[in-house]
Ligand binder design. Structure first.
Ligand code: N7H
Length: 502
């Protein structure tokens, strides 16, 4: 089948005019991680007292919603100004607001039953009801979440700002707007890139490197490889992320063949996306202590053990292409971190002697590796667009786990707000979490569990081939779920249909 990429490109662009911003800004290949996104974020959960009040509030909020097309032009202007002036922050700035709804939220807005019933089961049930299936048990069980975060929201207001003062203003304005419409703020949480290590998450690893690209939207860097955006970045049909668009065809089909149109709700859900929002607490002192003791017991350096657990060294340098080096090669060879190299690899080592089969990035995206479901063509049906941002203060190096600041209780804890977009939560986020990350027998029997994001009952296991240990017991979970839900983020025109007519 011949694909008319120009038509697709145009369609995808038109969709983005209508798509809320947070999805699109993550599509851009951003080598500097979080930094080029906004440095400050906030998430406000609200409840509607009545359908009328909720709809009036949406109408009042509408003029503030940032669209994907606006964000694209803003980012271009931002980069242009930064290049011209050499300044990174001060020249152009904007605060983005986006809006997403839980199923109870859509119901509270009195969306009619015949439309509500078209939303998929997992979205209707919500994250709490799916806890056992996700492995959110024990310390991650919803009953253990901070009491303040256990109230289910009807809608999530997402704020992204360049400066601290802009965020404070945006939060104040949002609270005033909600109060003016009788809409109740049930919780509000702040997030920010780490000021001491922007672009790195709390364990100390560079984040925001590998994202799928979108056919017709993401620029192809090498015309001889039209299936990739930046080198190593697979291009997917837009329906993997937007309802109403063609999806990947899946196993047994060429990856260039468009699959069925993504279904996910009533007609007005077209060009919207499902958002998984998780508040993940990180035990940084515990992780550091584990890396330290494992390095000693298996006779490897701490840099290498960290890379074995994640699949990348702290700098972001991929373990797959750099081999078993004791010191982080990204520090001596910055070229490894350039767009041409940082994500440009597949997994050539089926035994995991270099990158363990359960390393975080290998579990989350097995790339070209053969899997029980059919290899790359299937794997491309389980991708997500991630948009994470840290919360909490960095843990100073050398802080012992016994120190009060090592593991402070909510709200002073630290971690990552994990956000991801997809057209099917069941086929994308949930599949990754259940069938890959938590499953000790994926991709092969005894491979072990993802030591970073696995959520299951303890103990867990991690197989480290070609080392003295071979098998490591994971006695602690370094990442715990402490809140979250499933949301639907409608297109801008769909928001108009939810708001009352003027
Ligand atoms: Fe992960 N980390 O610091 O170790 N993640 N992650 N993640 N993650 C990635 O490529 C991290 C979490 C994926 O395409 C990197 O951007 C932490 C969940 C996927 O090669 C680093 C937490 C899920 C990828 C981290 C966390 C995933 C990925 C490398 C929680 C899904 C891309 C940088 C606190 C269920 C894989 C990068 C690919 C990358 C970390 C959570 C999935 C450093 C700390 C819950 C698909």
């Amino acid at each position: 089948m011949i694909i008319n990429t120009n038509v697709m490109a145009l369609n995808a662009y038109n969709n983005l005019q209508n798509t809320q911003m947070s999805l699109s800004s993550s599509l851009e290949k951003l080598s500097s991680g979080y930094r080029i996104n906004k440095d400050f974020g906030a998430f406000i959960g609200v409840q509607f007292p009545s359908a009328q009040a909720g709809r009036a509030w949406i109408a009042a909020l509408m003029p503030q919603i940032a669209t994907a097309a606006e964000v694209s032009s803003f980012n271009a202007a931002f980069k242009g100004a930064a290049a011209r002036t050499g300044l990174s922050q001060t020249t152009v700035s904007a605060t983005w607001i986006n809006l997403a709804f839980t199923y109870p939220g859509l119901s509270a807005l009195a969306v009619i039953g015949s439309e509500l019933s078209q939303f998929p089961t997992e979205f209707r049930e919500g994250m709490v009801a799916r806890a056992n299936l996700l492995g959110d048990v024990g310390e991650s069980a919803p009953i253990r979440w901070p009491a303040a975060l256990q109230t289910q929201s009807h809608a999530l207001v997402i704020i992204a700002a360049e400066h601290l003062a802009d965020r404070a203003n945006a939060i104040r304005q949002q609270k005033q707007l909600a109060a003016a419409h009788g809409v109740k703020v049930v919780w509000a949480q702040n997030a920010a890139v780490r000021s001491d290590q922007p672009g790195f998450e709390h364990f100390g690893f560079k984040d925001g490197i590998s994202q799928p690209g979108v056919r017709g939207y993401t620029a192809v860097s090498d015309p001889s490889n039209p299936n990739q955006g930046a080198p190593g970045q697979d291009l997917l049909w837009p329906g993997e992320f937007l309802i109403g668009q063609p999806t990947q065809a899946g196993a047994g089909q060429p990856i260039t063949t468009p699959g069925p149109i993504a279904q996910g709700g009533p007609q007005w859900a077209t060009n919207g996306s499902f958002l998984v929002f998780r508040r993940l607490r990180q035990d940084v002192a515990g992780f550091r202590a584990f890396v330290h003791s494992t390095a000693k017991s298996v006779g490897m350096s701490e840099d290498l053990i960290g890379a074995k657990l994640v699949g990348r060294y702290r700098s972001g340098a991929p373990l797959e292409t750099t081999g078993n080096q004791s010191t982080d090669p990204g520090l001596s060879y910055p070229a490894l971190l350039a767009d041409a190299n940082i994500n440009n690899f597949g997994y050539a080592d089926p035994a995991g002697a270099v990158v363990p089969l359960a390393a975080h990035i290998r579990k989350g995206n097995p790339r070209d590796e053969a899997t029980d479901q059919g290899g790359l063509a299937d794997t491309l049906t389980h991708r997500i667009i991630r948009r994470g941002i840290p919360f909490g203060a960095s843990l100073p190096p050398g802080t012992p786990s016994s120190h009060a600041i090592a593991n402070p209780p909510f709200p002073n804890d630290r971690g990552l707000f994990f956000l991801c977009y997809q057209s099917s939560i069941a086929r994308q986020f949930e599949f990754i979490q259940r069938h890959w990350v938590n499953n000790p027998d994926f991709p092969t029997k005894g491979a072990g569990q993802d030591p970073i994001s696995c959520q299951t009952t303890l103990p867990g296991s991690f197989t480290l081939p070609a080392s003295r240990a071979h098998h490591l017991e994971l006695m602690t979970r370094f990442v715990l779920t402490t809140g979250g839900d499933y949301y639907f983020q409608p297109s801008v025109s769909a928001l108009r249909t939810l708001a009352p007519q003027a």
